[in-house]
Each structure stands twice: as structure tokens, then as C-alpha cells.
Design a protein around this ligand. Sequence first.
Ligand code: ADP
Length: 377
Amino acid sequence: MALGRTPLAAAIKALRAELAGGPHADLGQEVSELGSLLLQRELRRFATVRDPAEQELLASLPDAAAVVAVDGRVRVCNAAFDALSASGRAAGLTSLEVTRSGELSEAMRRALEGSARRLELELPHRALSVHLTPLLRGEVLCLVRDVTEERRAAATRRDFVANASHELRTPVAAIRGAAETLLAGALDQPETARGFVEIVHRQAERLSRLTQDLLDLSRLESRQWRFEVAPVDLTPLGRQVDELHGPSARKKGLELRVAVPEGITVMADGRALEQVVVNLVDNAIKYTPSGSVELRAVSSGGEAVLTVTDTGPGIEPHHLARLFERFYRVDSGRAREAGGTGLGLAIAKHLVQGMHGQIDVESGAEGTRFRVRLPAA
Ligand code: ADP
């Protein structure tokens, strides 16, 4: 039944009949407009309501949470949601104004029409996981979780597996090649055979270093490495470095100086500290073609400072910030040639930090200096 300009009473009657299960009531343009204006007024009144129970509920959620009103503006939200907005306040803003994401704005429009939405947003400096759930009264609950760290960790794991596989492939391929050559006949020519067996031996040692470093790093990163921190006297460590590295330094024509005065004791895990120092001195010898390498210890204030200084070619400044990353090499060809795994400094950094110390590096044309600071005992 078309009502046209018929009185309001007739429209009310028709609508009552429809709601009671009768036929669809055609209310005519003016009555319909009146209805929608009344609804808007009601919603606006509702939009300004501050319900303490609702705010308490939002505040208790672990994610950033907001209730978005039918006009697309945040009606109420928790502090974490406020923090998403550049101004630090999100109430009254649209999702586009809060996140500057057109994708979210579009999803919000669909959610306000009644369909639940789930999306992942890649914003310039962060990744957000968003759930939009339509509520009664046409509003939308917007839950936002910052997944930047999770994403970064997953990407790091992927890189790690890719890098580790790449590192393992080279020695495995070399061993396989040498074994195949031996089997194909080189075994019967003792002079040639020796060269191939040497390749197998060298590459197997490299594999063994690599797997050991990978195991160490994995234990450190998953916090399964048990640090037993106790007072450690540095004097025996100095002697040990002299005995262990003296021959290899001399073989290269390098002077190895150890200047560790008596009586310096640090709080450290003895084994971990030894691994750090051995690694730094080993690198210094490895990457220094001529001149000297020095291990020095001094105590200053409440800490002890160990430095390993070489007269090598130095490391260009733009490499320094990334030097302690796993598999980072300044000159990958040369470092691999020298037998490095690219993991030594990453392990050293974890070990020093695990003992509540700090490690850094300085480098210039005259050489490189690594410095380890540890609390004095
Ligand atoms: P690697 O096993 O390749 O030596 P590290 O993690 O110990 O791996 O070192 C990372 C990279 O830092 C090395 O590949 C090398 O390029 C550079 N490096 C480390 N120590 C020195 C040093 N004393 N002088 C010059 N370059 C160094």
C-alpha cells in the first residue's frame, strides 16, 4: 500500500502491522526521512555516551581496541588505541585519520555494513594485525595488534635458515667433488690423491666449525646457554692466549703482545670469556697481514676493559654497525678463504651481553680495536 503524503498515524499503523509479521509497509518519502533523522539523532546521542563499564572492558584488553560508531569515528577506545594516532588521541577520529591506511578505511566501511573483517596492514614502520567485528547498533569493534616484532623475528629465522644452508652447501659440495674425483680414479695415483684427501679434510674441519658455531648461536639465542658468572682472574687467560696464539702469530710474522697485569678479576663465565677473547685474537691474527696484535687488560672504575688491537688494514666505517650480525662479513671471499664462519662476532656479542658486559669496535687506517667491558669482581 503506497502512503504518499498520508498522515503519520497511517504510517505508524502500517509499520506496526509489518513488525507484527504483516506485509512490507511502504512509508513514503517524508515519513522515511523522518525515521532516518530520528535514528541519526538517537545514534548521535549514543555516540557521546561514556559508559564506564565499556571503558573498563576496553582497558582490560591486551590489544589496542576501539568501538567505531556508525559514522566511522572512534567513539571510545583504550590507551593503546590512542597511541596508534600521531596526536596520541583517537576518539572522534576515523580509522583513516588514526592509521592513514586506505585499506583499513575500506575494510571499516564494509564492517560498518555488517561484515566481519580481518586484515594485516604493512605500514611504513610497523605491521598491524586488525580484527573488525560488527556489533549491535551498527557499531564496529576494532582490535589492533602490533605484530612488527613477530614479523621481524620470523623474517630473521627465514634468513638464518637460508644463510646457514648456503654456508653448509659450499663445503659439502667440495667434499663431494673431491670424493667423486678420488673414486673416478685419482685414488690410484697417490700423488694426486693426497691433494684431494687434503681438500676433504680441510672442508670437513670447516663443516665442523660451522656446525659448532651454529649450535652455540642457537643455544645462546634460545637462552639455553647457562652462564655461570663468578670472579675470574685474567692473568691465566692472558697466559693461555700467549700459548695458544703465539705460534700462529709467529708463523705469519706477527708480533703477539699480551699485557694483562696481575690482579684484575672480573665477574664472568670463565669458559665464555675465554671463547670471546680467543675469537677476537684469532680474528686479529687472521685479518692482519703484518705488524702486531695486542691483548691488553686494564681496570677502570667498577669495570675491567679488555682490548684486542691489531695493525691490520682496518674496517671501513659503513661496515661497523653490522659487524656483529651473524654471517656478516666485510669481504666475504677473503673471510671464507681465511676459514671464517661469519658467526664468531655474533657469538662473542651474545656471550659478552650474557655476562652483563659490552663489546664494541673501533677501526681506522692503522688497524682495528675490539673492546670488551665487564663488571669488576
Ligand atoms: P669470521 O668467522 O668470518 O671471521 P666473524 O663474525 O668473526 O666472522 O667476523 C665477521 C667479519 O668481520 C669477518 O668476516 C671480517 O670481515 C671482519 N673482521 C673481524 N675481525 C676483524 C679484524 N680484526 N680486522 C679486520 N676485519 C675483521
